[in-house]
Design a binder for this molecule. Structure first.
Ligand SMILES: [Cu+2]
Length: 109
């Protein structure tokens, strides 16, 4: 009787652990790269390096306003040109700053 109870408790605790692990893993993955909303203006496009130079507004707690290069995907590279106002999600990935979800932004009044 005692052994059976112990076995049940062990099984429950093991199950509890595996459920917890399954629940935390995706969250950890999503947190590995922190993305921050960015608004700015494209100052140049470098197709060879797949980068945009963007004069971006301050990203509170992350970066002051500045002009810097961001890696972008081919779609964004083809879609934007110098002078475009854009928004996107910026993140640090390895040694690169990356801009994703690049969208045209309405120019500020
Ligand atoms: Cu910056």
């Amino acid at each position: 009787m005692k052994n059976r109870l112990l076995a049940t408790l062990l099984a429950l605790s093991a199950a509890g652990h595996s459920v917890a692990a399954a629940e935390t893993k995706p969250a950890e993955k999503a947190d590995a790269v922190k993305r921050h909303p960015l608004r700015g203006v494209v100052t140049s496009v470098d197709a060879e390096r797949s980068t945009l130079m963007v004069k971006h507004e301050e990203i509170p707690g992350v970066m002051r306003a500045m002009t810097m290069a961001f890696k972008v995907d081919a779609k964004a590279l083809a879609a934007v040109k110098k002078g475009d106002a854009i928004t996107g999600l910026m993140s640090r990935q390895g040694k690169d700053w990356v801009l994703e979800n690049v969208q045209p932004a309405a120019a500020k009044p």
